[in-house]
Design a binder for this molecule. Structure first.
Ligand code: ADP
Ligand code: MG
Length: 483
């Protein structure tokens, strides 16, 4: 928990998130129109999405299944009876004049998510509910000098709104919660989690209080579209509220926007201006009734999720919680790692994947899917460390060449003559040479400066261009200088 230091003492920040996640589905929630991203404006709009008079919505079973799958993945209660309501408001990108959503009776109830923090600790965040709703269209202000255009491709796309309890206490926790939620949705295949394309957006509720006191009044920062911006917005907003309160002011419950250019939040509308949505059950749609056997079948079909995979990696491969966490966060990374450990030592493999491979990929701006070093090739390199063909240090050189050229480790080791020297005679000759060249240091070692052995090892390794087997060098030096 991180406190905010004010002029008059400490403050605690309280955060709850409402995440809109686009359901992975080929068709929209109540129409057969495509949901493909990036199409020409208004090419994926059915009469229903354009709200033509007399059109009737038909629920897309796939979207319901995805919502239920998500609920199960969030350890949440599945409501076998739920209701679609009309949420009424006027907006140019909403041709119906209302959004079909779920209000009092959502399809998914309370659940929980375990959030892993950087220091290795974990925190539970409660899920209040998950409901299905339609997305709106998009107003385009940059197509014409004096007119606003509308693109209805998104109109009617299925969203899951996932509401959390106000359980987070720092921007770090909120960021970690969003990352975990995205990871779970991707594992489940229910949302692609692509925040740049708008597949996941968060409304961020922030308040501050004195530790131990009741919750303060919150502000809601709308539509934040990256984890980094969520964290920045929370930090700015919490500080702003502390400053207002310490100046003797009060916080108005209001909706704010995060200005990403200036790094500040700005008021949009206050509670007094809040909409009265006049929710009522949509008369065009029957309540949604789910068969418990169908729900059970979805439950049985869930994949191994990040928490389970993490526990298995710790247990089967002896990984630290931190390493396991890093490896399971993205499904593709976990799969890559499992392919490496099919033949390589698990702990070495974790180090190599996390430090060397991820480092190189990051630098090259590439993803694991187009890594120039395959899992098999990386395993081939690691095996050459464990069988003493090369040292760990030489392996880093070999890896760099692998990454650049795509050649296998063995070919590079052969070509560059990097094989470790394990011939006792050859190593002994180098050891003798270094000893003969440094009589004063030899005298120091014999006089009790044991630590100088390390210096001798370094000299011999240098003389061998890093290729001598370090253990053998160490043993020989000890025998000759101390023995
Ligand atoms: P509404 O329906 O008006 O948006 P809710 O009570 O459903 O209000 O809360 C919406 C979100 O606000 C939830 O994610 C919840 O955790 C969060 N929240 C509620 N109270 C607070 C508070 N005092 N501080 C921070 N977040 C809060
Ligand atoms: Mg809200």
């Amino acid at each position: 928990m991180s406190m905010i230091q004010g002029a008059t003492g400490d403050w605690e920040v309280v955060i709850g998130l409402e995440v809109h996640a686009q359901v992975s589905s080929k068709a929209k929630l109540f129409s057969g129109a495509s949901t493909e991203f990036g199409a020409e404006p208004n090419t994926q709009v059915s009469f229903i999405d354009a709200a033509m008079p007399g059109m009737l919505p038909v629920i897309n079973g796939k979207c319901v299944e995805q919502a239920v799958r998500t609920g199960l993945g969030l350890n949440a209660k599945i409501n076998l009876y739920s209701v679609f309501d009309r949420k009424n408001y006027f907006y140019p990108d909403l041709p119906q004049g209302y959004q079909i959503s779920q209000y009092l009776q959502p399809v998914v109830g309370e659940g929980r998510v375990t959030v892993d923090l950087a220091d290795g600790s974990a925190r539970e965040v409660g899920i209040t509910r998950l409901h299905l709703e339609q997305d709106a269209g998009k107003s385009l202000h940059d197509q014409h000098p004096s007119m606003t255009m509308v693109d209805l491709n998104r109109s009617g796309v299925a969203l899951m709104e996932i509401v959390s309890e106000p359980d987070m206490r720092s921007s770090e926790e909120a960021g970690a919660y969003l990352a975990k939620l995205r990871s779970i949705l991707r594992y489940l295949g229910t949302c692609d989690g692509n925040m740049q394309e708008g597949s996941m957006r968060a409304d961020v509720n922030v308040s501050v209080r004195r530790p131990g006191e009741a919750f303060g009044t919150r502000c809601e920062i709308k539509n934040v579209n990256s984890i980094r911006f969520v964290k920045q917005a929370i930090e700015y907003e919490a500080r702003r509220q502390v400053d207002v309160l310490e100046d003797g002011g009060t916080i108005d419950q209001e909706t704010r926007l995060y200005d990403t250019d200036r790094g500040v939040t700005r008021a949009m509308r206050t509670k007094e201006e809040a909409h009265d949505y006049r929710y009522f059950p949509d008369p065009d749609l029957l309540p949604l009734e789910l068969d418990p056997n169908w729900v059970e079948a979805i439950k049985q079909s869930l994949p191994e999720l990040p928490d389970q995979k993490k526990a298995r990696f710790e247990k089967d491969f002896g990984l630290s919680p931190y390493d396991a966490d890093v490896l399971v966060a993205e499904k593709e990374n976990a799969e890559f790692y499992e392919q490496v450990v099919a033949t390589a030592d698990p702990k070495l493999a974790a180090n190599w994947v996390i430090t060397e491979l991820f480092g190189a990929l990051n630098k090259a701006g590439r993803g694991i899917d187009d890594s120039p070093v395959s899992a098999e090739a990386l395993a081939g390199l690691i095996v050459r460390i464990t069988d003493n063909t090369i040292s760990g240090r030489i392996a880093k050189e070999v890896f760099e060449i692998m990454f650049e050229t795509g050649k296998p480790a063995d070919a590079i080791i052969e070509e560059k003559g990097l094989k470790q020297v394990t011939d006792t005679g050859a190593i002994e000759a180098m050891v003798d040479e270094v000893i003969a060249a440094n009589p004063d240091k030899v005298a120091d070692v014999k006089a009790g400066k044991d630590k100088l052995i390390g210096w001798f090892v370094g000299q011999v390794m240098k003389a061998s261009q890093g290729k001598a087997n370090p253990q053998m060098v160490n043993d020989l030096l000890k025998a000759k200088l101390l023995g």
